[in-house]
Design a protein around this ligand. Structure first.
Ligand code: TRP
Length: 441
């Protein structure tokens, strides 16, 4: 199979940022911040993103461009031995994450319709909680939206790296940003928003615990799409002269900005209407519609918000599917279109138990968690950090002189923080991630 290529550096950065910016930023980040002390979480999160996050992302770009393959193939080509196991773990993580991610993404499509129809135009969270619970627990409806979302994802991936993924991100990501800024302006100008802003921006360091670190690390890896080989795959479509450190910095920056803005949309609005910010996963599906219902032109803002979520989810899910398609193409020679269809069907089937676990299968527990929560925890809190450790060690110790010349395009691009990156890959990232991982168990 002919391997794809990005059309331009901007196109690549937007595609990688599209992967990073997703439900993790807009759905997960605000409630993680709310549950973990608001601004205190923010401080820890930003510190992790700018040290470990950006370094592991650069390490993935390096492995991808040097190996010119999917995660398994790249490790095999660069070193072989047991290292491709890291790639296989990434492939497995892509199946798991995409399967439950698409379920939530399906909800966001459904909520575009529900909010447009006026069904959600009530300010009573109990009613909205009932609507959300009935919907997400229904055995049929969310599964149909999950199917619809997988079909959209497959449509983009089937069109290819340049014509599908890059093009769609070039359009959708700027659109996402505009919608987000509109919503943020609306939220912070609400009467009563000040308390939310204080909660979000004024750190109370006594709230920081080991759990804050564990949560922030898992969130950072999930949000940046690192630790499983997406950025290896995206890096494999790059030409040699592209500035990798700068690209990694840009992607990280975009991802952080969107998360911060999403917090700025959700938290002040929630406080302004005196709702409980710690409502967890239901925050955007239950509390926010109630908030919108109390605003002038609330229906418009609600529809905009759920469209925003669909866009964010789509540019991320294509990256997860792309890892699988790249693997099937590189390793087995499957043509892109058939690989896309077959793998999407498998992911769709895998997602069904996650969806049902929120309704008729809620009685099935794995280690005390429902199927959905278990898969989320397994992938974000265990597999991604483990992958991050392996990727850092691989770049820091195993392919080092070569990795540095790849990162600097053979000395062609300036990389002032090269020494810092080396120390982070060799020591800081493996030790810090292992420590946070163990303290969370
Ligand atoms: N980063 C995306 C988000 O925040 C989700 C995502 C896409 C992801 N690809 C990933 C998470 C790879 C982990 C690994 O929603």
């Amino acid at each position: 199979m002919e391997r794809g290529h990005w059309g331009s550096r901007i196109g690549f950065v937007l595609a990688a940022a599209g992967s990073a910016v997703g439900l993790g930023n807009i759905w997960k980040f605000p409630y993680m911040a709310a549950e973990n002390g608001g601004a205190a979480f923010l401080v820890v999160y930003i510190a992790i993103v700018f040290t470990l996050g950006v370094s592991v992302m650069l390490a993935e770009f390096v492995i991808g461009r040097a190996g010119e393959r999917n995660p398994v193939g790249a490790f095999a080509r660069l070193k072989g031995g047991a290292w491709p196991i890291v790639g296989y773990m990434g492939i497995l993580a892509a199946f798991i994450i995409l399967s439950f991610y698409s379920v939530v993404a399906g909800w966001t499509i459904a909520y575009v319709f529900k909010s447009a129809s006026g069904l959600l135009a009530t300010s009573d969270p109990a009613v909205l909680g009932g609507i959300f619970g009935d919907f997400s627990g229904d055995p049929v409806e969310p599964v149909i939206f999950h199917l619809l979302f997988m079909a959209l994802t497959a449509g983009v991936v089937a069109a290819g790296v340049h014509a599908g993924i890059e093009r769609s991100c070039e359009i959708l990501l700027p659109l996402l940003f505009i919608i987000l800024v509109i919503l943020a302006i609306r939220a912070i100008t609400l009467p009563g928003a000040a308390e939310g802003l204080r909660f979000y921006l004024q750190p109370d360091f006594s709230k920081i615990t080991a759990e804050t670190f564990n949560g922030a690390l898992a969130q950072a890896f999930f949000s940046l799409s690192i630790g499983m080989g997406i950025m290896i795959t995206y890096g494999s479509y790059l030409s040699p002269q592209i500035n990798l450190p700068r690209s990694a910095a840009w992607v990280t920056f975009c991802d952080l900005i969107v998360a911060l803005l999403a917090g700025l949309v959700v938290l002040p609005a929630v406080f302004a209407f005196s709702f409980d910010p710690q409502a967890g996963p239901g925050l955007v599906f239950i509390t926010l519609p109630a908030v919108f219902a109390q605003m002038p032109f609330g229906v418009v803002f609600a529809v905009l918000f759920f469209v925003l979520l669909v866009i964010a989810a789509l540019t991320s899910s294509v990256s997860l599917l792309e890892v699988l398609v790249a693997y099937a193409g590189d390793q087995w020679g499957w043509p892109r279109k058939s690989a896309t269809v077959i793998l999407s069907v498998i992911v769709f089937l895998l997602g069904i138990p996650s969806s049902l676990s929120l309704g008729i299968w809620s009685g099935y527990k794995i280690f005390g968690k429902g199927i959905f929560d278990f898969l989320d925890y397994l992938s974000s809190n265990l597999m991604l950090p483990l992958g991050g450790i392996a990727i850092s060690l691989f770049v820091g110790w195993v392919i080092m002189p070569k990795a540095m010349s790849e990162a600097t395009s053979d000395g062609g691009v300036a990389f002032r923080l090269a020494g810092v990156w080396l120390v982070i890959c060799r020591y800081v990232a493996p030790i810090a991630i292992a420590w946070i991982l163990l303290s969370g168990l």
